[in-house]
Design a binder for this molecule. Structure first.
Ligand SMILES: Nc1nc2c(ncn2[C@@H]2O[C@H](COP(=O)(O)OP(=O)(O)OP(=O)(O)O)[C@@H](O)[C@H]2O)c(=O)[nH]1
Ligand SMILES: [Mg+2]
Length: 324
């Protein structure tokens, strides 16, 4: 590696608040778990804690526009903010990255703001690994707030809510009825519900959400998610949203749930990393590609022997793991 970009050098520049170094370290961490180990070892004296907010909702509901507004409010309060946008990479919305950039340009130039876009698919080690690791770098960089924008469809995106403290679910007028909301599973994950594009209506959706929350047994946790409305183009309702985010944060802190959530975050992350590591050991050290291919070919005419074959393959494997 070029000396200018050695991990040592990048970490020194990172500590001096250099955004280019932050960007390069993110790229390294994304691509290689071994460099993540080295980088995080160099940063382990940092004590900063960031507050992590998730913004989720279907494509086009206004997540990026709203994130821009939220970021502006936080920077007005002199806070440092890091944003991670997980963009869908389907061929139909492949322009999301550029589009987001255009909409958030003003705010992303602010000295206290850093933004990163990730493709939601085809990610080495999974999208939540990347999101977790980037959040850790943001924390080390001294961010007060981290915002993670995800499209609320698909398993990978749903998992991200396990990595955040306050989840804001965005809906829009015309979203549909209560049954659809229940089917989409959103009523379980939101700490705050926001009906965006209030200029286009949406009072009926607020009523439906309120009714569903009244019915939901999950409200026993002590926090009753509020439902509010925003217009992220002219900023109407955003102050109210920020207030609700602070309320939720205070609730989590006072009830000690925040501590529990932080712990759960690491449990989730560790489990994921363990599975990832074991998978790598499995395919790099225990079985090679030829072995799999050969076994598959043999099964072509003996399909019912699949479990027998599986056991046979493991007969030859010696696990070098001492049981406690
Ligand atoms: N009328 C109206 N339009 C809005 C509002 N907020 C956002 N929009 C528009 O809705 C469109 C989608 O906004 P985005 O912020 O890109 O939505 P998104 O949820 O980030 O979209 P994806 O990242 O592609 O899923 C844009 O044309 C915005 O200008 C609003 O409050 N009212
Ligand atoms: Mg977006």
């Amino acid at each position: 590696m070029n000396k200018k970009y050695s991990i040592e050098n990048l970490c020194n520049r990172f500590k001096e608040n250099d955004k280019v170094a932050l960007s390069k370290l993110i790229t390294l961490v994304e691509n290689d778990p071994d460099s993540a180990l080295e980088i995080f070892n160099k940063l382990n004296h940092v004590e900063n804690e960031s507050y992590i907010i998730g913004i989720t909702g279907s494509p086009g509901v206004g997540k990026s526009t709203l994130t821009g507004q939220i970021v502006k409010r936080f920077t007005d309060q002199d806070k440092k903010v890091g944003v991670i946008s997980v963009d869908p990479t389907s061929p139909f919305s492949g322009g999301a990255f550029l589009g987001d950039r255009v909409r958030m340009t003003d705010i992303s130039c602010h000295p206290n703001v850093f933004m990163r876009s990730l493709a939601s698919r085809g990610y080495k080690g999974g999208i939540s690994r990347a999101v977790f690791d980037i959040s850790l770098l943001y924390e080390a960089f001294g961010m007060d707030v981290i915002i993670i924008e995800t499209v609320g469809v698909g398993q990978a995106e749903f998992e991200i809510y396990k990595l955040v403290y306050t989840t804001v679910v965005i809906l829009v007028p015309g979203y549909g009825d209560a049954i659809q909301m229940q089917k989409a599973g959103i009523i379980e994950i939101g700490d705050i519900y926001d009906v965006n594009k209030k200029d286009l209506g949406g009072e009926d959706i607020v009523v439906q959400i309120e009714m569903m929350l009244d019915d939901a047994t999950t409200s026993q946790s002590g926090w009753r998610p509020p439902a509010l409305m925003t217009n992220s183009i002219n900023g109407e309702g955003i102050d109210d949203l920020i207030e609700k985010i602070y309320d939720h944060k205070e609730y989590l802190e006072q009830s000690e749930i925040l501590k529990e959530k932080k712990k759960q975050r690491y449990t989730f992350k560790l489990k994921e990393a363990m599975v990832d590591k074991i998978e790598r050991i499995l395919f790099e050290q225990l079985f090679d590609k030829d072995e799999l291919e050969t076994a598959a070919s043999e099964l072509l005419n003996k399909k019912f022997e699949i479990y027998h074959k599986l056991n046979k393959m493991f007969d030859n494997v010696k696990f070098d793991v001492e049981k406690k």
